[in-house]
Design a protein around this ligand. Structure first.
Ligand code: PBG
Length: 323
């Protein structure tokens, strides 16, 4: 039926009618708030490339966790900045490490908040790569054992879920097996399954102090043009026991969020990464766009594409606004 019988504008006439036909609604339940935990006490070190984001010591993280929980956000994800880095990244499985202490503090003070941990070596290695180096590349199989140690240390400290972000082959299976053997078969794995070698991680590398000291991550993170390969990565992670799969970054890969949701029908997470956050913040601070509207539009778009949950540095701010 064509014009003039059909006039789509009838359903856009005013906000009440628009509300009636609105298809996608953001809720605080959709979000996961990332935090960067650093050594020390009463430390709050702003990340210059991410206005509004700071590295925080455990005491501050616990305080902010309470705020995030109060805003209705169900979960946070922790990244650690260790006091010491070495070629193996051994601080990653230190039971007294920053992330481990933050987990214990949050589970004690804010038990209703789910604590997810990022499992990767890049914040802990002195060379900044996501695993151990052999020659001038990351040794896949030797790295698996280290990721397992890190994941177990997080879960022993009380983490509710682990999220491997390293992109080594076989890591989901290795972590699943180890968790099950240690009596943690109830702990879910959120796999960074389709993680691309992206320019949009730039600001994060300042936040996490994890920039590679030589080369780049293209031998393990995915090549941005590849969508079918992303579906194969997701299929493999599901076979290995992933409970939630992730597409990362979000905005340049909305088609893959859509495909992941429709091809697999499992919970799909999308990571609205640091560069995606910083470009909106920068434009907002400069007065080039309406930051609040742009943020809601972006997050709604990610959800409309099919994401069941969104990791975003905007989580707490937007959740407060939605309540
Ligand atoms: C660790 C990791 C990265 C991000 C999440 N986990 C960085 C990277 O791979 O270089 C990026 C998050 C962001 O940019 O917000 N491997």
């Amino acid at each position: 039926m064509a014009f003039p019988i059909n006039r789509p504008r009838r359903l856009r006439r005013n906000e009440t009618i628009r509300r009636m036909v609105r298809e996608t609604h953001l809720s605080p339940d959709d979000f996961i708030q990332p935090y960067f935990v650093c050594p020390g006490r009463d430390v709050r070190k702003p990340v210059s490339a991410m206005p509004g984001v700071a590295q925080m010591s455990v005491d501050h993280v616990v305080r902010e966790a309470r705020e995030t929980h109060a805003a209705g956000v169900p979960a946070i994800i922790l990244f650690g900045i260790p006091a010491h880095k070495d070629p193996q990244g051994s601080s990653a499985w230190n039971d007294q490490g920053e992330v481990q202490r933050a987990i214990r503090g949050i589970k004690e003070q804010v038990p209703g908040l789910a604590v997810i941990t990022d499992v990767c070596m890049c914040e802990y290695t002195d060379h900044g790569h996501c695993g151990v180096i052999a020659g001038n590349d990351v040794d896949n199989d030797a790295t698996l054992e280290l990721l397992v140690r890190e994941a177990l240390s997080h879960v022993r400290a009380g983490a509710d879920m682990v999220a491997p972000s390293d992109m080594m082959d076989g890591r989901v299976g290795a972590i699943r097996t180890a968790l099950d053997e240690e009596g943690f078969n109830h702990i879910p794995i959120m796999a960074y399954s389709a993680k691309f070698a992206s320019a949009f991680y730039g600001p994060f590398r300042e936040a996490a102090e994890s920039a590679p000291q030589f080369g780049d991550r293209r031998s393990y993170q995915m090549d941005p043009p590849n969508g079918d390969e992303a579906m194969r990565e997701i299929a493999l992670d599901l076979e290995e026991g992933a409970d939630i799969v992730m597409v990362k970054p979000a905005l340049p890969y909305l088609d893959l969020i859509y495909r992941a949701k429709h091809e697999f029908n499992v919970p799909v997470a999308a990571y609205n990464v640091s560069g995606e956050y910083s470009m909106i913040r920068a434009a907002g601070i400069n007065g080039w766009l309406d930051e609040e509207r742009a943020t809601l539009e972006v997050l709604t778009g990610i959800k409309r594409a099919g994401a069941d949950m969104i990791l975003t540095y905007f989580a707490t701010t937007v959740a407060k606004h939605l309540r």
